[in-house]
Design a protein around this ligand. Sequence first.
Ligand SMILES: [Zn+2]
Length: 630
Amino acid sequence: MYAEGVADMAGRIRDEDIALVRERSSIADVISETVTLRSAGGGNLKGLCPFHDEKSPSFNVSPARNVWYCFGCGAGGDAIKFLMDAEHLSFVESVERLADRAGIQLRYVEGDSAAPRARPQQGQRQRLVAAHAAAVEFYRAQLGTAGARPAREFLARRGFDRAAAERYGCGFAPEAWDLLTKHLRRQAFTHDELVTAGLSRPSRSGTLIDRFRRRLMWPIRDLAGDVIGFGARKLFEDDDGPKYLNTPETPIYKKSHVLYGIDQAKREIAKQGKVVVVEGYTDVMACHLAGVPTAVATCGTAFGGDHIGVLRRLLMDTDAVAGEIIFTFDGDAAGQKAALRAFEDDQRFVGRTFIAVSPDNMDPCDLRLAKGDLAVRDLVARREPLVDFALRHVINRYDLDTVDGRVEAMRRAAPLVAKLKDREKRPEYVRKLAGDLGMEIEPVQRAVLAAASATPSTERAPAPRPAPAEPVVDNPQAMVEREALKLALQEPVLAGPMFDAVEASEYRHPVHAAVRAAVASAGGAATATGGAVWIESVRDACEDLAARALVGELAVEPLRIDGEPDPRYVSITMARLQWGSVTARIRDLKSRIQRINPVNNKDEYFAAFGELLSLEQHARALREQAAGGL
Ligand SMILES: [Zn+2]
């Protein structure tokens, strides 16, 4: 059944180990770290719910059953689910966290070729994180010393007082060659651990020395709040290193994933459905302090696809694909180039990407110093769609008072409009571009069409693309049902087993359900080898004319993927297909649970609750599957 594939996706960790983690994790201890609990009688505990605003506690924990449940908002689950919701961790990360706490050595399923990913050995991560925690304390203490005066002055000049420095754990790496290294060696961290962590490095003479010296230090944390690396800024004129130095790639620090400030910003990002991407550590601090709590920054690298993956978990917390990514740029050439590159790179996010350009070429930190907190909030509020920004940037380079200038500007701008992934927006932008250029719509439209046929789409992700002129285009469920049926008809060898495992009841459109039934009557997609014979046998099995006609249509309609479909695409499509009904069942069940009185109807309550837990686990796995793995 489908659950098998799902378990495989969610668990590179062995099932027995996950069960052991559940069993050995005291749910009361785990939750007590973030929620204050008091006795609710009968061995149960209660507190104020971390997932909705409330004044009297309706958040219940049952240590005996190892579950928690909120009567106010309907949230509930086990210890793993609590960490996922409260800390915005993935399933696997939550299990790893709990395993660390309980001292359980996790084993990972071998031979997972679908998504090979190096995992730090258990235990090593814990050691490296511990070394970083000790280093944070060391650097922090150094910030108070006489030698750290330039670091304190740097922070003060940028408008950060002592409380701000404390909040972000700022510190100072002293001048001596190996002060930190010796300090950590005394705490029994090994030579290898310090080198692997990126905190120390061998000198030419072979002795171990500190990686960072004479610098202002910012600890960089992961989503869960563990320090995994540092950013270090130059303070002294005679320091001939780069302005910023970062921790090198380590088993726990991957710069393509790391977002500075994410630990402090994650709740607001999830709540507001938006994230503000700034360029530096001081910009993140300035934004947070100025009332833009959703700011994060990349660390020594450009914003890329992996960063989007990290944010997706926060931004798409609901089934509605939503969320804004706002990039701030200080308006200089480099910033504009970066913005345009973002346009090139990530077509998937173009529609939801915004640009906020500071008016006087100031970054958020400068802006806050010069004009105050309100100016920083204004900067973000004045964001404009990336497409508009890119078009304006291109057009501005030409003299629109001349015919040649207008034609050249059109020629340069047309490919940007042609690239718009959301094709329904194209006509709007054609009109806008024509207006901006002072030209008729027709030539602009021709230029866009020409550009569209000249540049094949370079989509990387197998995401469905909207095709205009299709009746079901505004109904995502109908669209994905259609796509699943096309896979069964056109690619039965590839899609057959996954297709057959999803039941006909998941198809809500009646004609789609009829075609799904016909596939089953024809022997199932898994048994088919494809081609005209297969299509004919499905057509023959159809019980009504509408379904017969649809089979003919779906057999030839192109799939919504550029290039060849692969197992990943099938998996994503089938997960999306089931998502709608699972969420509907969860909604119904939650409302039923709220109507049950747990005191009088204990059995009914726990039965419903158990059902809810397993449905939610299924939904969670589907969501990760729909996102193309973790
Ligand atoms: Zn609640």
